[in-house]
Design a protein around this ligand. Sequence first.
Ligand code: HEM
Length: 406
Amino acid sequence: MTSTQPYPAAAAYGRLLDQANRHDPYPHFTELAQEPIQRLDENSWLVSRHADITALLRDPRLSSEDGAGPQGPPGSDGRPFRGPFLLVDPPHHNTLRDQTMHQFMPRIMGMGPRIEAMVARLLDRHAGTRPGELDIVTALAYPLPVGVICELLGVPEEEEPVFHSFAARLTRALDPVETLTAQEIAELQVTRAQWREYLMPMIARRRDRPGIDLVSGLLTEGDPATRMNTLELATTLGLLLIAGHETTVNLITNGTLALLRHPDVLDRLRADPDLAPAVVEEALRFDPPVQQTSRRTTADVRIAGEVVPAGSRVVFLLGAANRDPRRFADPDRFWPERPGNAHLAFGGGVHYCFGAALARMEGQAALSAIAARLTGPRLLADPPPYRTNMLLRGPAELRVAYDAVT
Ligand code: HEM
């Protein structure tokens, strides 16, 4: 078969990627999920079911590396470049992830009250106007995660806009390359170089005079033999920013949208703040911020009866798996109280989301504050306009009218 005769799934996948369908990709996920596995082109396959994806995310024959080898220069000790660890297989993956986790976890453990205070401060800015309107994205969903990540990395508040701008531009790197124009690919290369230029002096300062922040910890603690070199550290910080920012923006925005479309749930959350964890889990399942992820087979692998040859790209449709009727009763219903909500929004296996605990804290703080403090909230545009990103999908803005912010 030639590339001018696409495989049948290619047309449905094209509809999924189409910006015109960004506001509601779920009918297209459902269509693709009619078959557990489908060939997209000569080299790529789509997998849609919850059970298959859950197993394959844990299968060591599926690699997160692109097969092209290290993407950076070796360190001064001659060791090959490692990272970003999202795209690295064990054993280097575990070394890099463990070092970063060791610095990250203790710092986020006590952050709950700080995050709640940041949310309160952001909403306070709107407390004076009644009635009024705000855009959830600019008012809360964007500034919160960037403020949190800057605090974790010890970045001063005045540099937050710089981080914000890098986050927005670097995120495009995660999208399927077929959705990027040549100009966007060229711009990404420039942005990556600018990001390293921006970080290098900061890393050098911490190396000279370590503080108590995460970057200083990564530079000075642990086994010197496996410690990250400067470029690996810059790459890891870029990963934390890309993986942790737009995803959390989308969780807060998608979650708010779901609540405003389901006023009964919003009322229940307002009456019972303890419902916040369940609301966040259901928002993650119902409208996942990361819609798909992929791997490369390093051996022939049998998936749902098909033999996928070594060297193939396998795309996991998380948006389909989270609505798989074999796993979730009434999957199209937004139902926080659903039993056994084992969604795949954070992936699974060794690459299970590194920042899941932090994302949950931010999501719960934001959604419970919206429920508690916005009286009479209503959507001003439904559906809202969406950003062009397919992989990290979410509204560009979410305008809400309210009677008061209390
Ligand atoms: C990995 C989703 C927030 C950092 C992942 C993966 C998913 C995901 C699906 C697995 C990707 C794969 O296996 O190919 C999300 C969602 C978030 C979120 C939906 C918010 C709602 C965060 C935050 C951080 C973060 C706040 C950090 C501050 C990472 C990192 C990885 C990752 C570093 C790579 C882990 C590894 O390779 O071991 N995330 N994420 N994420 N996430 Fe998140």
